[in-house]
Design a protein around this ligand. Structure first.
Ligand SMILES: [Zn+2]
Ligand SMILES: [Zn+2]
Length: 356
């Protein structure tokens, strides 16, 4: 184990969220003292995510009232360790998983960590990754393999492990099933690849051809630009020659959720994973008579991250094409603009780089 660091900086730069509809403010924030089992991580990458835009652009309330540091897709290097830290040393490369579960409640004890009574999401319940440093308990870190770049660590921390959880635990997609995914963004492309590993037929719907081209490259059996068809549902049913066994909605708008419902076959499963606080008008009778299932999926237990790392080491999942830009922390608001304009799959913020 590398030696523990003795002296350290007193302050760090962070992008702070104060109010919705305003850009994040770059500020100097005092570093928190480390508890004995805490690890301070120097953040190398934190990718910007649509969830952040729900807070900034749509006024969705964060669980902790602002001021708050957003950002939950984090990878970096151990900078400093508390005196009782045994699993990590200074210089270790790490993934910081997006959610922290308590390990003590009934949900945690029954392997349902995503429903933990005390669940904390970084950049929502507690400060997140748009900052030079974050400190977390040593049990909340995973080693990032040396051959994996930090960008990949950020993808693993949230979208890849979240997709694995949805496809394998929540829905259990079966071989030969027809799956339609609304949204060819970071999460959609991750789901596509996981569902292909299950040997499903997977079809992608989006409004950007360039994102759909990546989906096709990643093995989609068909793609549809819903802006180019009169009625989205008709376009989807033509493409898949019938209706779907599983539809996964990753966008989170009422319109796409209803469209997703409408392309489901009898007995189908509708999976909602694009966060929304809207009420969705569904015909209850259809859910009953067609025996449909409505499934929610959020995040993933961190114990599933090693499974994702194995898939990546075995080259079962591709990712390079998903990285669409790099920004230093000072330009984080520009990074969000790329997301707003649909120019981004995953844009990386590098809090410890002055320029990119
Ligand atoms: Zn995210
Ligand atoms: Zn718990």
């Amino acid at each position: 184990m590398t030696e523990k660091k003795t002296e350290s900086k007193a302050c760090m730069k962070a992008a702070v969220f104060y109010h919705a509809y305003e850009p994040l403010a770059i500020e100097d924030i005092p570093l928190k003292p480390l508890k004995s089992t805490d690890v301070r991580v120097r953040i190398e990458t934190c990718s910007v995510c649509h969830t952040d835009l729900q807070f900034i652009d749509r006024g969705l309330a964060t669980s902790k009232a602002p001021p708050l540091i957003l950002g939950h897709e984090i990878a970096g290097v151990v900078e400093e360790t508390g005196k009782n830290v045994t699993s990590f040393g200074v210089g270790n490369r790490v993934i910081v998983p997006a959610t922290i579960s308590c390990g003590k409640c009934l949900a945690c004890k029954s392997w349902n960590e995503t429903q933990c009574e005390n669940l904390k999401i970084l950049g929502n319940h507690i400060d997140g990754g748009y900052a030079e440093y974050i400190s977390v308990d040593q049990n909340q870190l995973i080693h990032l393999p040396d051959e994996f770049p930090f960008e990949l660590g950020s993808l693993i921390s949230n979208v890849f492990v979240g997709a694995l959880h949805l496809v394998y635990d929540r829905v259990n997609i079966l071989q030969g099933e027809t799956v339609v995914i609304f949204g060819s963004g970071g999460f959609g492309l991750s789901l596509l690849q996981m569902a292909k590993l299950k040997q499903a037929q997977v079809f992608m719907v989006d409004i950007f051809d360039w994102k759909l081209n990546i989906a096709r490259d990643y093995g989609a059996d068909g793609v549809l630009n819903s802006n180019k068809c009169k009625v989205c549902e008709e376009g989807v049913c033509d493409m898949i020659r019938g209706k779907a066994d599983v539809v996964i909605e990753t966008i989170g708008t009422p319109r796409t959720m209803v469209q997703a419902m409408n392309v489901l076959h009898k007995g189908g499963r509708l999976v909602l994973s694009g966060y929304s606080d809207n009420t969705i008008p569904f015909l209850a009778g259809r859910i009953i008579m067609d025996e449909m299932s409505l499934i929610g999926s959020v995040g993933a237990p961190m114990r599933e991250i090693p499974d994702v790392i194995k898939l990546l080491k075995d080259r079962k999942i591709r990712w390079q094409e998903m990285i669409s830009g790099h920004y230093p922390l000072l330009q984080i608001n520009e990074a969000f603009n790329t997301l707003r304009m649909g120019h981004s799959i995953r844009t990386m913020v590098h809090p410890n780089q002055q320029e990119t």
